[in-house]
Design a protein. Structure first.
Length: 201
């Protein structure tokens, strides 16, 4: 559903010589987004990690694709090999039909490594995700408290609500760290240093 406009946006930036293309995961699957990243690379825009325009702690961050030096040549070659890609035809490295983002055996390893890279980057965003809400929540609860009164029962209910959301945030952070460790090991085993030094700054 979202693949066609996302692919058209990528190719539009490519035709204009944009040095960076920013995209969100609109595929509802991180593996499919990794497959899209593989396709983007065939058109001259390799995956480059979290985008500079992505809001801090966003649950749906932007990811950057940097223009390769030979982007024009790659795009021309890919367009010649897959002339109907924009009309719903086969995509480079993907099986025809179906979701169109199911990698062929020859592309599967590259897609798996791209998936690991996107998961590492996405996991790094969780630290700030929800922190603002945890800070604002006690202030928001002052509104109903001002109506009901600052009784011990009301304060205990508010504290329980805050602790519930704090526990959810902590659980999410724990799972994000596990995911970060898991996919970090996959990349280390493949000899990939990720995130890059530039992305860490």
């Amino acid at each position: 559903m979202f693949l066609q406009p996302q692919l058209k946006a990528l190719l539009r930036d490519g035709s204009q010589g944009a040095q960076r293309h920013d995209a969100r995961n609109l595929q509802r699957s991180w593996r499919k987004f990794a497959a899209f990243a593989y396709v983007a690379e065939q058109y001259g825009y390799p995956y480059d990690g979290l985008s500079e325009i992505s809001p801090k702690g966003s649950p749906n961050p932007y990811f950057a694709f940097r223009r390769a030096p030979d982007a024009a040549e790659r795009a021309t070659r890919t367009a010649e090999q897959h002339p109907t890609a924009l009309q719903g035809g086969p995509l480079p490295g993907m099986r025809p039909g179906g979701s169109r983002l199911h990698p062929l055996p020859g592309a599967r390893r590259d897609v798996d490594l791209l998936h690991a890279r996107t998961m590492v980057d996405y996991s790094r965003t969780h630290r700030r995700r929800g922190l603002v809400a945890l800070v604002i929540l006690p202030l928001a609860m002052l509104i109903p408290l001002s109506q009901t009164g600052f009784t011990l029962t009301a304060l205990l209910v508010c504290a329980a609500i805050w602790l519930f959301f704090a526990a959810l945030w902590a659980l999410g952070l724990f799972l994000a760290r596990r995911r970060l460790t898991k996919y970090g090991r996959i990349l280390t085993a493949a000899g990939i240093d990720w995130p890059s030094a530039r992305a860490r700054t």
